[in-house]
Design a protein around this ligand. Structure first.
Ligand SMILES: Cc1cc2nc3c(=O)[nH]c(=O)nc-3n(C[C@H](O)[C@H](O)[C@H](O)COP(=O)(O)OP(=O)(O)OC[C@H]3O[C@@H](n4cnc5c(N)ncnc54)[C@H](O)[C@@H]3O)c2cc1C
Length: 425
């Protein structure tokens, strides 16, 4: 019999075990892990560097990074935020660094540092770790005072259960059978597959741009004039930031943000949709047209292809000029209004057809999970099942890339562990 059984030896499970054991050292705590190794996602996280959290210390700002969980995490972030996570690691001898974009990593640039810390801490605190122990079934214990978990061939009883199984469908199915609502899981944080001449052969280029996904119906017609007027319709998704041109299409923070905020919508589109990129976000199509007219008047003798009129990488400029039907040697003085309009459109509302998605290797998550309405965010306890708690990706919370997904795991684990330890002490 254990006081606390934690199902899932990942980020949330380990963080919780350590916090419970520190607060209530006499409790018998076990982590059940289905794999032969623990913390496997931590290992590969952040490209092997583990982006532990983000240097955003205001809970109000922090929550804006969560497409799902924004409202619910505000209270919890007042109790346990990135500053607390930094203290947790630094008190355990791990130096951290905040990079320019706000992401926080161990100074070692190695996720193994974090894993070693978790393993050493659970060992020091006497937490039992059962590997190769997939929990197959969860049911009320016979005396009704706790929960029985069943692995391949054994039953165990815990007074309290913390479920930290990430995005494992089996546990979600089991919870659904027990009465919980599970929001259907869909991938989040992915890049867009685009096969298009304008970005072919120029991979590696990164541009500060604004991107938007217009309503689908706007693209049912191939007529460009219609397209232009359709752009006035409210986009269904939009974001700003770096757009990275890759071998397969588009990636970078602005695209990953769209993939997170649009996880459900884009899944509904079966990842077939259009995206408009404004490579020069300080201009609208109209103001770009005016600007290009001014360039035409001042740069009369120069060829358009060789005069990069805006601050975008030269190879991209070349491709967009070509796409506008502007010949190699055409001079500004000779360009027609129509061609300049086309160029303005390419620069400010460059429309691409997205045909599928690819995995972003540095970080990906699943949107969906236990319905947030059924969780008490003061304790991360189930509102339906007594003595069951949740932490991490198992709940319907996910974030954009940057360390926010781990922060959700740490905060949920911390709050659940305080509630569990206080109850059992
Ligand atoms: C490649 C990659 C890189 C990432 N990089 C980052 C990053 O740098 N920063 C960031 O913030 N986020 C990152 N993430 C997201 C982050 O890893 C997750 O949000 C986080 O791991 C969630 O923690 P968790 O404990 O809820 O789930 P997990 O870490 O997935 O742990 C769940 C554990 O439960 C175990 N389990 C599942 N079912 C059972 C069962 N029935 N019985 C027993 N055990 C079970 C699993 O084997 C697993 O070990 C990354 C994700 C990926 C895939």
């Amino acid at each position: 019999m254990f006081d606390v059984i934690i199902v899932g030896g990942g980020a949330a499970g380990f963080y919780a075990a350590i916090q419970i054991a520190e607060k209530a050292p006499d409790l018998k705590i076990a982590i059940f892990e289905r794999g032969k190794t623990v913390l496997s996602k931590v290992k590969v996280s952040g490209g092997g560097r583990c982006n532990v959290t983000h240097g955003e210390f205001s809970p109000h700002e922090l929550v804006t990074n969560y497409p799902r969980g924004k409202k619910e995490l505000l209270g919890p972030f007042h109790k346990h935020a990135p500053g607390d996570v930094m203290s947790f690691f630094e008190q355990r001898g791990i130096s951290l660094k905040i990079e320019e974009d706000g992401r926080i990593f161990p100074v070692s640039d190695s996720s193994q540092t974090i894993i070693d810390c978790f393993i050493a801490e659970t060992k020091r605190l006497g937490v039992k770790i059962l590997k190769n122990s997939a929990v197959k079934r969860i049911q009320k214990s016979e005396n009704g005072q706790g929960w029985q978990v069943t692995t391949m061939n054994r039953h165990y009883i815990g007074k309290k259960l913390l479920l930290a199984t990430g995005s494992n469908p089996k546990i979600w199915n089991q919870l659904a059978e027990m009465g919980h609502t599970i929001i259907p899981p869909v991938p989040s944080l992915f890049t867009f597959n685009i096969n298009d001449e304008r970005i072919r052969g120029i991979q590696g280029i990164s541009v500060d741009a604004s991107v938007e996904i217009p309503p689908k119906k706007a693209f049912s017609s191939k007529v460009q004039i219609k397209l232009k007027s359709a752009l006035k319709e409210e986009p269904i998704l939009e974001s700003e930031g770096s757009v990275l041109i890759t071998h397969w299409g588009l990636s970078g923070p602005a695209i990953l943000k769209l993939s997170a905020w649009g996880a459900n919508i884009l899944h509904g589109f079966n990842y077939q949709f259009r995206i408009n990129v404004n490579w020069t976000p300080e201009y609208t199509t109209g103001s770009m047209e005016n600007y290009l007219w001014k360039v035409k008047e001042t740069e009369t003798k120069k060829t358009i292809l060789r005069t990069r009129a805006v601050e975008i990488p030269r190879r991209l400029w070349t491709n967009l000029v070509r796409e506008s039907g502007i010949e190699k040697d055409l001079k500004w003085s000779d360009v027609t209004k129509e061609k300049l309009q086309k160029l303005a459109l390419q620069l400010t509302a460059c429309s691409f057809k997205v045909e599928g998605k690819s995995t972003f290797k540095e970080e990906f998550v699943t949107a969906g999970g236990v319905d947030l309405k059924e969780i008490n965010f003061k304790t991360f306890a189930s509102k339906l099942l007594p003595n069951i708690y949740f932490a991490g990706e198992i709940i319907n919370v996910d974030a954009i890339t940057g360390g926010f997904n781990f922060q959700n795991a740490w905060t949920g684990a911390y709050i659940a562990s305080q509630a569990i330890a206080e109850d059992l002490r």
